[in-house]
Write a protein that binds this ligand. Sequence first.
Ligand code: HOZ
Length: 439
Amino acid sequence: MKTENSKSLFERAKKVIPGGVNSPVRAFRAVGGNPLFIKSAKGAFLFDEDENKYIELINSWGPMILGHGHELIEKAVRDAAGGSLSYGAPTKKEVEMAELIISMVPSIEKVRMVNSGTEATMSAIRVARGFTGKSKIIKFEGCYHGHGDSFLIAAGSGAVTMGHPDSPGVTQGVANDTLTAPFNDLKAVQQLADANKNNIAAMIIEPVVGNMGCVLPRPGYLEGLRKICDKENIVLIFDEVMTGFRVAKGGAQEYFNIKPDLTTLGKIIGGGMPVGAYGGKKEIMDFVSPAGPVYQAGTLSGNPAAMSAGLAMLKYLNENPGVYKTLETTTSKIVNGIKANLNKLGLNYTVNHLGSMFTLFFTSQEVVDFETAKTSNPDLFGKYFHAMLNRGIYLAPSQYESLFISLAITDELADQIIRANFESLQEIQKLESLKVGKF
Ligand code: HOZ
C-alpha cells in the first residue's frame, strides 16, 4: 500500500499543527504508524491522498448515516451556499430544524443550536446549574462529552489513549465540581447523591457509550438513574451526540423509553457539517438567554449551510424509518460474522453491539464499564487495526471508540468486512503464537 503522500503531509502538518492533527485520535498514536490523509469519500468508501480506497466504518464518528456525499445533502449545501454561508441573524431553516428535532426526539420541547457537541454539553451543564442553583455534576468513567473543562475528568475517547483522562489545564476548582461514578453501577451513583445532598445540579451520561468503545447500559440502569435524578432533583442529561438519530429515530431515549431532562446533540444533526444542539424541558430551556438569565451565544449558531445539510438528512430519516431496520440488519450480519470468525479461530474476544454501533474488544471479559473496557489488549488492537487497514477496511484508530455503520454498506461489503476480519484475526493469532513459541 502506497502511503508516501500521507506521510509527507503528516511531516508538514507536525511542523504547523500540534501533533500534526486537529483532533488527537486521528494521529494514530493508539495504533502506531502514520495517519492517512483523506482526500475524498463517496458512499461507503474513503479515498486517501495516495489514491488508496477503504471501506469506511467511522463515518465521521457517526453522522454519515446515509454514507458519504449523499446527493440530498450535497444538494442542500449547494442550495444554501447560493444564499450566503453565514448571516449571524435568524433564519427560517433554524425554525424548521428546531421543529423537526422536537418532533423526532421524545423529550425535547425547546432546543438551542450551537456549533459542536462540546459546545452543547458545556451549555447544557451551565443551564442545569443555573436552573437548579447547584454546582456539582456527576459524569461516568470512560464517558466523553467533548473537551469542556468539567468533562475532562476520567474521560474516555482520545483522553484515554493519550494518557490524559484528567487533563492538565483543568483547575482544581472545576475538577472538584465533577463527581465520577463507574458506568452501570447504580449503587455508586446513589452513594454520590447521598454524600453530596442538595449539591448536584446535573448528571450527564452517554446512554449507550461510544467513547470507551461501544458499551451498553444494563437492563434497568437508565431507569435507575432517572429515578435517582427525580428523587434528588438532579437534571438528567443524555449526551446523544453519537446515539441521537442513530440507534433510533428519536435516539437512545426512544430506544430505551427513558426521558432525560436535557439532551445534547452534535455533528449528527448537520449531516457532516459542524453543528450541535441542546434541548429539553421548556422550563429548563427557558432559563437560556434571552428567555432567561443563563448566557450562551454564537455567530455561527444555526448556520444556514449546516441547518440545510442537517435538515436534509433528518427529514430523510424521519420519512424513512425503515432505515433503522436496514442499519440493524447490516450491523448484525457483520457482528454475527465476527463472532463466527472468533469461534472458528477459538478466540473468546468480546463484541458489543447496539443498532448500527459496535466494538470488538480484545478481552474475554464482558465489557460493561471503563474498567472492563481497559482489559482489552491495546497491542492486539493495534495489530488488528493495521491488518484490517491493509485489507482496505478503515476502522477507528483506537480501541476506545465505537464503529458506525452507514446505509451505504451493502451485503457484499458486509461480506468483505467479515472476510477481512477473519484474515486479520488469523494473522494476529499467528503472530502471537510465534511470540510465545507455539509453532
Ligand atoms: N473524539 C472523537 C471521537 N470520540 C474523535 C474526533 C475526531 O478525531 O474527529
